[in-house]
Design a protein around this ligand. Structure first.
Ligand code: GLC
Ligand code: CA
Length: 571
């Protein structure tokens, strides 16, 4: 058992996400690996992050880059050995960095021995580890649910004459959490890694583990929102009837026996669910990744799902974040993120490329890191890396992107149209190699990388950023340092300001002794906003900004240049 003070430690932390395939390659095969990560730990220490979330490194056939696991206790051969893992973990701990592993237990790989057994016959002892259903009388799949990577969630299994369920690709069969043996296996594998010394887990689509069975043991049809197609299915499985029970059990059986940091990925989560799950006494996880702010720039209910884009209205973003800030204050804890390995690059998506790229990257960072919660930085975000736009579909690697291209072009959409969506929101935007320097292959590898480089690497790379005191990197470093220095960043109540302004994004953090005013102009036009009522004005001290101090103008009104950001301490 652990004390509140220890467990509370993650609330001061900033987390850095590593996508191992693209971080650093130590042996020239073009694929990032564990020794590569170990060789770059000084960089993370210089940035100041206290936690790493490492995307999956377990044995996997890589249908979905490691999110399809065939052995939870083995390291993927391409990434190295268990000895490499131990060395990496020790290197992190020596630098005061804690490690969160990715826990992918909504599904396994179809090559996991459990599934190989399970699919062989209905009487196999592992059959009930997965989710099976008979066809409808006409032979078609039992429900109208669409899988995340296109097609039906049901795939036919000849040896047993049944369909099996997979919310993602057919190579990612969903585990049956109703089966206590499955839950015990998950607890055991969590203990395996915690006993090795890891510090916690990021839990992949964890709010999908409880499925909505009816009294007859059947799964219901999804409401028809698009005639003639399969229907969106996440709403059917997210936050299922036994989710909280399963998570509480996991807390009791495993998490409470270690000093852990946990964050659950939770598509479609509402603020109420966020409160329930992250409540320190009655909940089960420290934080959630909610998605509401990731869905504001796509057209809801469209047959193309996330690929149907629309412009972000910053008023929606402000309102969304404010809701989460207010709802969880004092009762739970937020995670704060703009990017990860599933999202496009935040500066391309929410900021601007071109001459104001760096300034806008800093504006986004300031606005996000000033809120209450634990900020997450996705590798390369601290450099202000932008999206890529490969012309040829052959240059993409991501299963979601490739399947969307195939299906959308078959439906008659033009190559140009489909590529525009892929350039905007494809997951490979975030998966190009981390640029370490301006040398060959950006210092990521001595060989040909598994996916193309971002063409901006000669300018946008870690070595250049570390050498430039005005870089995005150093701005992040300062934000991380400020969070440790000013308790108001951790504890202060959030108050949204200028809610109706389409450009000026700002809020106050109201602490016991100080008020913090955080303002970003999220547009390429200058803007003016009145000094907010209730924020003291006698002593205003600038903690951080993204312009030369001489260029600031604040008085009874704030005159903001394009993408200007300020963090002001007001007394
Ligand atoms: C999560 C992961 C994503 C993966 C999916 C299936 O959303 O972040 O990369 O494809 O789950 O595991
Ligand atoms: Ca390698």
């Amino acid at each position: 058992m652990h004390f509140a003070a220890e467990r509370a430690d993650w609330r001061n932390a900033v987390v850095y996400q590593i996508y191992p395939r693209s971080f650093c390659d130590s042996n020239g095969d073009g694929v990032g690996d564990l020794p590569g990560i170990t060789s770059r730990l000084d960089y993370l220490q210089a940035l100041g992050v206290q936690v790493v979330w490492l995307s999956p490194i377990y044995a996997s056939p890589n249908d979905d880059n490691g999110y399809d696991i065939s052995d939870y206790r083995q390291i993927m051969a391409e990434f190295g050995t268990m000895a490499d893992f131990d060395a990496m973990l020790a290197g992190m701990h020596v630098r005061g960095i804690r490690l969160m592993m990715d826990l992918v237990v909504n599904h396994t790989s179809d090559e996991h021995p459990w599934f190989v057994q399970a699919r062989s016959s209905r009487s196999n002892p592992f059959h009930d580890h997965y989710i099976w259903a008979d066809p409808l009388p006409d032979g078609s799949p039992p429900t109208n649910w669409e899988a995340a990577f296109q097609g039906s969630v049901w795939t036919w299994n000849e040896p047993t004459g049944e369909y099996y369920l997979h919310m993602f690709s057919a190579k990612q069969p969903d585990l049956n959490w109703e089966n206590p043996k499955v839950r015990q296996e998950v607890h055991a594998l969590m203990r395996f890694w915690l006993d090795k010394g890891v510090d916690g887990f990021r839990m992949d689509v964890i709010n999908m583990i409880s499925k909505p069975w009816d009294a007859q043991g059947r799964l219901p049809q999804a409401p028809v929102v698009r005639e003639g197609f399969l229907q969106p299915s996440f709403a059917m499985t997210c936050n299922g009837p036994r989710l909280n029970e399963f998570l509480r059990e996991m807390r009791n059986e495993v998490l409470d026996h270690y000093d852990t940091i946990t964050v659950g990925e939770a598509p479609l989560a509402t603020v109420q669910q966020g409160r329930d799950i992250t409540h320190p006494q009655t909940g089960s996880l420290n934080m959630l990744f909610q998605f509401e702010h990731m869905d504001l720039d796509s057209v809801g209910g469209h047959v193309n799902g996330k690929w149907a884009r629309k412009a972000l209205d910053w008023r929606d973003m402000k309102a969304c974040m404010a809701r989460w800030q207010e709802a969880l204050h004092g009762t739970g804890w937020n995670s704060l993120y703009f990017c990860n390995h599933d999202q496009p690059r935040s500066v391309s998506r929410f900021g601007t490329m071109g001459t104001l790229r760096e300034r806008s990257a800093k504006a986004l960072a300031t606005w996000l890191h000033g809120m209450q919660g634990t900020p997450y930085i996705y590798q390369g975000e601290e450099l202000g890396m932008g999206n890529v736009a490969f012309d040829r579909i052959e240059d993409y690697r991501d299963i979601e992107t490739l399947n969307f291209y195939r299906v959308a072009t078959a439906r008659g959409q033009s190559h140009a149209d489909v590529m525009a969506s892929i350039h905007a929101v494809g997951r490979d935007n975030a998966r190009t190699p981390m640029p370490w320097n301006s040398g060959p292959h950006a210092g990521f590898s001595t060989g040909q990388p598994w996916i193309g480089l971002n063409p901006d690497c000669p300018q946008v790379n870690a070595e250049a950023a570390q050498a430039d005191p005005n870089s995005v990197f150093h701005h992040y470093r300062q934000l991380i340092a400020l969070r440790r220095q000013w308790p108001v960043l951790r504890d202060g109540r959030f108050q949204l300001l200028w809610a109706e302004d389409p450009q000026v994004c700002g809020y106050a953090r109201l602490g016991a002794e100080q008020t913090l005013l955080v303002v970003s102009n999220m547009s390429g036009q200058s803007a003016t906003a009145p000094w907010p009522e209730g924020v003291p004005f006698t002593q205003v001290h600038c903690l951080l900004s993204n312009l030369d101090p001489a260029d600031h103008a604040w008085g009874r009104a704030l005159h903001l240049q394009p993408f200007e950001a300020l963090m002001l301490l007001c007394r």
